[in-house]
Design a protein around this ligand. Structure first.
Ligand SMILES: Nc1ncnc2c1ncn2[C@@H]1O[C@H](COP(=O)(O)OP(=O)(O)O)[C@@H](O)[C@H]1O
Ligand SMILES: [Mg+2]
Length: 314
């Protein structure tokens, strides 16, 4: 597959001295869903805003479809759509007017059939005559998507598409993204939810303090980074772990009354039902069971530590 986006040695300073992006190199293939994963302040929005011409960068080159985004500003803008992180809509206008107007801004002829199809696809058709201020948060975000797609871009950027969207709507949003991708749109999204990257993306880049510290296929990344911990609280404390339980690498915590087992998210070695059965078979009485998934925050800490160690070793 050919690259639809090529970024070389991109650097961005704010206020001349704050380095928000440092030497970013990134290629995106046509047809991919690519997730930029990183904590708040990592530089995700700065990166996609630089690509979309909303933010001026300092050094480096960005090419979309082999065209330099500065030299070929108009042509590259035409094939790019962005759904910004902030909701910025004309609240007194209707959904229909908002979306058609945006299409016009890209110099495209009106196409009511296409806009109708788009609004239906985003479950906004029955709201087309409503003013933006009459919509829920999730609907507003879908209007932003409709606007970003109004000129039929090939490359779509979604900046935190599901931040502050509740769990149910998040799933709908994921379906929308998958459907768009199936219809041929290349998608780059930013997120700080690892589940979101896991659900949607083919490849993931982890960005921290303005640097890409890792790019990998999603499956490999999850294997490397994701962990879950199951904690089993027992009614009676125990001296040591034996019997059926010795095959799990449990550790004993909290005055020996909690069995804790951490396992990799991608490994299907740990069958929780079997694990609980083994605890029961050994005659232990369970008071409580809880699961913890390593937060992205913890994963970052681990990753950055490893990253730094590697730098020291080399
Ligand atoms: N307009 C701006 N002026 C100065 N600093 C900014 C500006 N926009 C973002 N920053 C800073 O740049 C860093 C990266 O921000 P941003 O790209 O918004 O991160 P993210 O989207 O990953 O949360 C942060 O430290 C942020 O405070
Ligand atoms: Mg952001």
């Amino acid at each position: 597959m050919k690259n639809i986006l090529e970024i070389e040695n991109l650097t961005k300073f704010y206020n001349k001295s704050f380095k928000a992006l440092e030497n970013i190199n990134l290629n995106i293939k046509e047809g991919e869903i690519f997730a930029l994963l990183g904590p708040n302040g990592a530089g995700k929005s700065t990166l996609i805003n630089s690509i979309c011409g909303i933010v001026n960068f300092n050094t480096g080159t960005i090419k979309i479809n082999d065209m330099d985004i500065i030299k070929n500003y108009r042509s590259t803008r035409k094939i790019t759509g962005i759904v910004p992180q902030e909701l910025n809509l004309e609240t007194f206008e209707t959904v229909w007017n908002n979306v058609n107007y945006t299409r016009g801004l890209f110099g495209k002829k009106p196409d009511h059939k296409y806009i109708e199809k788009l609004l239906r696809q985003l479950s906004l058709w029955d709201k087309k005559d409503n003013k933006i201020k009459e919509l829920s948060g999730g609907m507003k975000r879908r209007v932003l998507i409709a606007k970003a797609l109004s000129h039929q871009p090939k490359l779509l950027f979604l900046d935190e598409p599901t931040a502050s969207v509740d769990v149910e709507l998040r799933k709908d949003m994921w379906d929308v993204v998958k459907k768009l991708n199936k219809d041929g749109v290349t998608i780059i999204l930013t997120t700080h939810y690892i589940e979101e990257a896991e659900e949607l993306s083919d490849r993931v880049a982890v960005i921290n303090e303005g640097k890409i510290i890792l790019i990998d296929e999603k499956d490999k990344l999850i294997k490397k980074l994701g962990e879950k911990t199951i904690k089993i609280e027992l009614i009676q404390p125990i001296d040591k772990i034996n019997g059926n339980l010795s095959k799990y690498n449990f550790t004993l915590e909290q005055s020996n009354s909690v069995l804790s087992h951490t396992y990799n998210l991608s490994s299907n070695i740990t069958d929780i039902t079997e694990l609980l059965n083994d605890v029961k078979k050994d005659g232990y009485k369970i008071k409580d069971v809880s699961m913890e998934q390593s937060s992205l925050e913890q994963i970052f800490v681990k990753l950055i530590k490893e990253n730094n160690n590697e730098l020291v070793r080399n």
